[in-house]
Design a protein around this ligand. Structure first.
Ligand code: NAD
Length: 496
């Protein structure tokens, strides 16, 4: 059993990080069945942070069985929404009280700037509260006007749901994913990414503390190929939600399909920002540079292709270079840092590899980027980079997942739309113009799940956020419809 005394300190976070970790299954803290562990590292120093259970199929089966048992017999599924809401509100409050501790854990484990990690934790709290609100107000029983019959539809929870999440927004994405499921009365099994398992385990501590019934929230740690694959293939789940790369998304959807389990996929992106010649150049350059360096560019919906109206192209590019050059790269817990490391050595190799491949295919290095050094820290740092050239270039087509943007000029609206839509992905794009009619017109022609106007990375609760094509399927997150996804409809009919 984990004990946390102080709710507000880095020492508490460090004490948690340094303990012997166990996974959270059926209300108990357990090691992997075979005793295996793996090491999670601090991306800012490459120092080992913690040993965490490396779980496999037997452990995943135990977790799904625990979630199924809790669904059948803990009372969670049948609880009136307001009673369940009381328990979930307690969890939201507890997370909020522990915001500083959780943010420290998340920042250290994921390489995230501390203030941004705090924002992620608050977002978890807000998401949970948003879905509790829906669960209290949604119509659970709907009478139907049908001649000669008394008929109703009833909304019920599905059962145990599986969640596989990535390392870029570990805690925030757990919130986006499990909140609608829990509020609707389902039970959950979470498989955090192997690079960032710690905040999910801390959630287990808080869930236990506030009295969420045993087995309602389970956290199984381990590698994707073992724990993740076992969860995706488990026939005992009723729904799966996967957030991560399209390559793994295909495997997860395939495994779920064999068991006829619906899978929601939130995958990668290669978003465009379409910048017209009537914008405030300084302001737009500042905001796009801010977006691509936010969390070191490891953001699925980032604007990575900057399509710029030719009359302002040169001036816009030079402003972007100034802004990107001035970003302070540093250790994620150092208050002076504006951009931390990428999550792992593998991810740094990926980013640097795309810079080289892009150049080999003829792209210009407008701002070269490359490895960055931070005094006294042997972490995975890279510099912001800007490339330019044709959109056929590999760096303009594939997801890099680092602080790298690709610039291309366009001549007119139709060309800009065609360029933005010339991608296999379909997650999020933005349009920048003071002509709001034009901005809306262009925004509505985008082949993607999300179009933003004069902003990038915008996620108000209540607006569906989803990808299409290679960016996802299954309806997305963050909206009323997401709540409905976690309920099954049952029709009840009596001939009169
Ligand atoms: P990833 O696909 O490598 O891993 C994601 C998760 O899947 C991890 O928990 C991992 O352990 C697990 N996994 C790996 N192999 C598996 C397998 N064979 N079976 C089951 N699970 C397996 O992705 P990543 O590198 O962690 O995250 C980056 C990707 O996530 C990017 O493509 C990014 O765009 C995407 N992403 C999308 C969204 C969105 O909302 N659309 C949000 C965040 C990240």
């Amino acid at each position: 059993m984990n004990t946390i005394i102080d709710t507000n300190s880095a020492e508490t976070a460090r004490a948690f990080i340094g303990k012997i970790h166990k996974a959270f299954i059926g209300g108990e803290w357990v090691a992997a069945a075979d005793g295996a562990t793996f090491t999670t590292r601090d991306p800012g120093t490459n120092a080992p942070l913690a040993e965490v259970p490396s779980m496999g199929a037997a452990d995943v089966d135990r977790a799904v069985q625990a979630a199924a048992k809790a669904f059948r017999s803990s009372g969670w599924a049948e609880m009136p929404a307001n009673e369940r809401g009381v328990l979930l509100h307690r969890l939201a409050e507890e997370v909020e009280k522990h915001k500083a501790v959780l943010a420290h854990i998340e920042a250290t484990d994921a390489g995230k700037i501390l203030a941004q990690a705090e924002g992620d934790v608050q977002n978890f709290v807000d998401t949970l509260r948003y879905f509790i609100g829906i669960s209290l107000n949604v119509q659970h029983r709907t009478p139907l006007a049908v001649r000669g019959h008394e008929a109703t539809t009833v909304r019920l929870p599905w059962g145990p749901c599986g969640f596989i999440v990535p390392w870029n927004f570990p805690f925030l994405l757990i919130g986006w994913n499990i909140s609608p499921a829990l509020a609707a009365g389902n039970t959950v099994v979470i498989k955090p990414a192997e690079d960032t398992p710690l905040s999910a385990l801390y959630l287990g501590v808080l869930a236990e503390r506030v009295g969420i019934p045993a087995g309602v929230i389970n956290v199984v740690t381990g590698y994707g190929e073992t724990a993740g694959a076992a969860l995706a293939a488990h026939p005992g789940l009723k729904r799966m939600s996967f957030t991560g790369s399209p390559e793994v998304g295909r495997l997860v959807a395939g495994a779920c399909a064999l068991n006829l389990i619906p899978a929601k996929l939130e995958l990668g992106g290669k978003g465009a920002a379409v910048v017209f010649d009537d914008v405030d150049i300084d302001d737009t350059a500042t905001r796009l540079a801010g977006a691509i360096t936010f969390h070191t560019g490891q953001v699925c919906c980032d604007a990575t292709r900057w399509l710029v109206h030719r009359p302002i192209y040169d001036k816009f590019v030079s402003r972007c270079v100034e802004r990107m050059k001035s970003v302070v790269v540093g250790y994620q817990l150092d208050p002076a840092s504006q951009m931390g490391p990428v999550v792992s050595a593998k991810q740094r190799e990926r980013v640097l590899g795309y810079l080289e491949r892009g150049k080999t295919e003829g792209a210009e290095w407008v701002l070269p980027g490359g490895p960055a050094t931070v005094a006294g820290r042997d972490g995975f740092y890279v510099k912001p980079a800007l490339m330019a050239g044709t959109l056929k270039n590999v760096a303009a087509r594939e997801e890099i997942f680092g602080p790298v943007a690709y610039l291309t000029p366009f001549d007119d609206e139709a060309q800009a739309i065609a360029m933005a839509n010339d991608t296999d992905y379909g997650l999020a794009n933005s349009v920048w113009s003071t002509d709001l009619d034009r901005a809306r017109r262009v925004a509505e022609r985008m082949i993607a799940g999300n179009s933003w106007i004069n902003a990038h990375n915008v996620f108000p609760h209540g607006v569906p956020y989803a990808g299409i094509n290679k960016s996802g399927m299954g309806g997305g997150v963050l909206s009323f419809e997401t709540f409905l996804d976690y309920t099954r409809g049952l029709s009840v009919v009596r001939p009169l």
